[in-house]
Design a protein around this ligand. Structure first.
Ligand code: THG
Length: 270
């Protein structure tokens, strides 16, 4: 399982404040901690101010690259911001994201093709997120027609199967898991990714729901997730799931994490 660290996201209050105050230390600390936690990419989302997005994104990228070499996941639908960011990054970034929405396809896909980027493709279009796996697969098929025509190999595409909130639709988890299995079967060279946290919105003990869903999604074939790499229990569940599915050769990642003290529950006072 590969991890996209989610924490540098300007829609979070603490990050929005750090961006507004140009608090470099806060951002660099988030970057360093996520890399220590095993992030393979760092997602970078400058937030929701279109007039400031380019400046803020470039500021974030410089800071992050001052403390780590892991590649970035550029979380923006704004072609101008993406193009400016690509001029700055040291490593070819993951573009987060395209979808079946014509605007995003037409404006972002050429950038992906031109720079040879990897790309997250959301299983939705201008009509929204289809409720069931059949609807999402239909969108995904059209997306692959487009990426293949643009010369982007399937192995550079990360299909985001998307998950809605279980609290308002108890079929939402199944729809996502069925989508993961269907994409895996039909596009075996492609990757399947997910942002987990929506699944538990509005429920108590969200972390329990999130980590259990992570295990189910890995079993269904998800190979990449946008998560908090510093969430101890989530990481432990991830390592145990990879181990049990034969995705951790010689139990190396599991035993290494054990030696670092990352697997056992933090001791609670009796
Ligand atoms: N798919 C793709 N990209 C995405 C998402 C996705 N980018 C944004 C988001 N979803 C994933 N990123 C985050 C970043 C932070 C948090 C959740 C998802 C987060 N949430 C806190 C929580 O859930 O409790 C609350 C917010 C906060 O801390 O302020 O931290 O699905 N392709």
């Amino acid at each position: 399982m590969k991890i996209i660290g989610e924490k540098i996201n300007g829609t979070r209050k603490t990050v929005a404040a750090a961006i507004a105050q140009r608090d470099a230390e806060f951002i660099q600390n988030l970057a360093k901690k996520q890399v220590e936690g095993g992030a393979h990419w760092l997602d970078v989302n400058a937030g929701t101010h279109p007039d400031r997005e380019v400046d803020d994104l470039l500021w974030l990228i410089d800071l992050i690259q001052g403390v780590t070499d892991v590649p970035l996941s550029l979380d923006s639908a704004n072609p101008a911001a993406l193009t400016a960011a690509i001029g700055k990054v040291k490593k070819t970034p993951l573009i987060n994201s395209i979808s079946g929405e014509p605007d995003r396809l037409n404006n972002v896909l050429p950038i992906v093709a031109q720079y040879g980027c990897e790309v997250i493709a959301l299983a939705m279009d201008d009509k929204g997120i289809p409720n069931d796996a059949a609807g999402r697969l239909a969108v995904v098929r059209k997306l692959f027609e487009t990426t293949r025509t643009a010369g982007i190999p399937d192995e550079k595409v990360y299909v985001d199967a998307l998950v809605m909130t279980i609290a308002t639709n108890t079929d939402a988890g199944r729809a996502t898991l069925d989508t993961i299995r269907a994409v895996r079967a039909e596009f075996p060279q492609a990757h399947v990714s997910l942002g987990l946290s929506n699944v538990s919105f509005g429920l108590p003990v969200r972390s329990l729901v999130n980590r259990t869903f992570l295990t189910l999604a890995i079993a269904a074939g998800m190979d990449t997730a946008i998560i908090d790499p510093n969430d101890r229990e989530l990481k432990a569940a991830l390592l145990a799931t990879d181990l049990l599915l034969g995705q951790d050769k010689h139990c190396l990642n599991y035993t290494r994490a054990f030696r670092k003290g990352l697997l056992e529950p933090n001791k609670q006072p009796a």
